[in-house]
Design a protein around this ligand. Structure first.
Ligand SMILES: NC(=O)c1ccc[n+]([C@@H]2O[C@H](COP(=O)([O-])OP(=O)(O)OC[C@H]3O[C@@H](n4cnc5c(N)ncnc54)[C@H](OP(=O)(O)O)[C@@H]3O)[C@@H](O)[C@H]2O)c1
Length: 268
C-alpha cells in the first residue's frame, strides 16, 4: 500500500498537512517524538477519513533514528511514495550564550536527519522510478540571521541541498520540492526557546508581524504540489520579502537585523 510519510506530524505545520492529506485519502505514516499525540491523531484521521494512518515514534536528533524509521517502513511493507521532511527546531539568542549541545542537536535534526531520510527513502523511489520528496525550509534560508545564526544556516543548507537534488532527481522521475514557510503560528517559538530569557526579544516579531496559520501554510504547500512547482514560498508578503532580500547585500541586511535584535534583546 502507498503512503505519505510526514516527519514532525504531531503538531504545527506537519499536523495541519497530515489532516489535509488525510482528507485527500492519502495513507499516512506520522513521525515525531510524542507517541500519545500521534496515536490520537492517527486514530482520529482513520475514523474521519477512512484511510490508513500509521505512526512511528522517533527522536530524529538521534543519528540512528532515521535508519530505524526506514527499517520499520520496510518491515511493514509500507511503500513511501511521498516523503515530507518537515520536523525542525529553531534557536534564538546570542550564539555564544546558547547551549552548544542544543545547537548541535538542531543541526542533527534540521540537516543530518533530513539528509539521511532523503537518502534512505530515495533508494526504493529510484528503483520504482517514482516518488515525491518535500523539504521544509524557511524564509530564514534566504539570509543569514544574527541571533538565529544556527537556525538560518541550517535552513540555507536545506535550500541549497534541495534545489540541487531537484535537478538530480528529474531523470529518475522523482519530484523534489522545496517549501519555505514564513512566520507561522505554531509551537515553534516555544520549542526553539525563543520565548525564554535568552531569546525573549526575538519573539515579539511573532506577535506583531503578519503570520500565517499552519492550515494556510499546508494549503499553500498542497497547491504548490498540485501545480507541480519545484519551489514555493508560503505567503505573498514572504514572496515579496524574498525578492527584496535578493536585491540587497547580506552585509546590509545582517547589520540592520543585528542592530534591531540587539535593541529587542536589551543589549543596546
Ligand atoms: N513556525 C514558523 O514560524 C516556521 C517558519 C518557517 C519554517 N518553519 C519550519 O516548519 C517546520 C515545522 O515547524 P512548526 O512551526 O510546525 O513547529 P512545531 O509546531 O514546533 O512542530 C514541530 C514538529 O516537529 C517535531 N519534532 C521536533 N523535534 C523533533 C525530534 N527531535 N524528532 C522528531 N520530531 C521532532 C515535533 O513533534 P514532537 O515534539 O512530538 O517530537 C512537531 O511535530 C520546521 O522545519 C520549521 O523550521 C516554521
Amino acid at each position: 500500500m502507498k503512503y505519505t510519510l510526514i516527519t514532525g506530524a504531531s503538531g504545527g505545520i506537519g499536523e495541519a498537512l497530515a489532516r489535509k492529506l488525510a482528507a485527500r485519502k492519502h495513507n499516512l505514516v506520522l513521525v515525531a517524538r510524542s507517541a500519545q499525540k500521534l496515536a490520537i491523531l492517527s486514530k482520529e484521521l482513520m475514523e474521519k477519513y477512512g484511510m490508513q494512518a500509521e505512526f512511528i515514534t522517533a527522536d530524529l536528533t538521534k543519528p540512528e533514528a532515521c535508519f530505524q524509521v526506514f527499517e520499520e517502513t520496510q518491515r511493514q511493507n509500507w511503500e513511501i511514495e511521498m516523503l515530507v521532511n518537515n520536523a525542525g527546531v529553531g534557536s534564538g539568542g546570542e550564539f555564544a550564550a546558547l547551549s552548544l549541545q542544543s545547537e548541535l542537536d538542531l543541526l542533527q535534526l534540521n540537516n543530518a536527519s533530513l539528509l539521511a531520510m532523503t537518502h534512505l527513502f530515495l533508494q526504493p523511489m529510484r528503483r520504482r522510478k517514482s516518488g515525491t520528496i518535500i523539504n521544509v525550509a524557511s524564509m530564514a534560508s534566504f539570509i543569514p540571521v544574527p541571533y538565529m545564526a544556527t537556525y538560518a544556516a541550517s535552513k540555507a543548507f536545506v535550500r541549497s541541498f534541495t534545489e540541487a537534488l531537484t535537478q538530480e532527481c528529474k531523470p529518475l522521475n522523482i519530484r523534489v520540492m522545496l517549501f519555505a514557510p514564513g512566520l507561522t503560528r505554531t509551537n515553534f517559538n516555544e520549542s526553539a526557546g525563543i520565548n525564554n530569557e535568552k531569546g525573549a526579544g526575538l519573539s515579539s516579531d511573532y506577535q506583531t508581524a503578519p503570520t500565517q496559520t499552519p492550515q494556510e501554510v499546508a494549503d499553500e504547500l498542497l497547491k504548490a504540489l498540485d501545480s507541480k512547482k519545484q519551489f514555493h514560498i508560503s505567503g505573498s508578503r514572504n514572496r515579496f520579502g524574498a525578492r527584496l532580500a535578493a536585491l540587497l547585500p547580506n552585509s546590509l541586511i545582517t547589520r540592520f537585523m543585528a542592530r534591531s535584535y540587539r535593541k529587542k534583546l536589551g543589549y543596546l
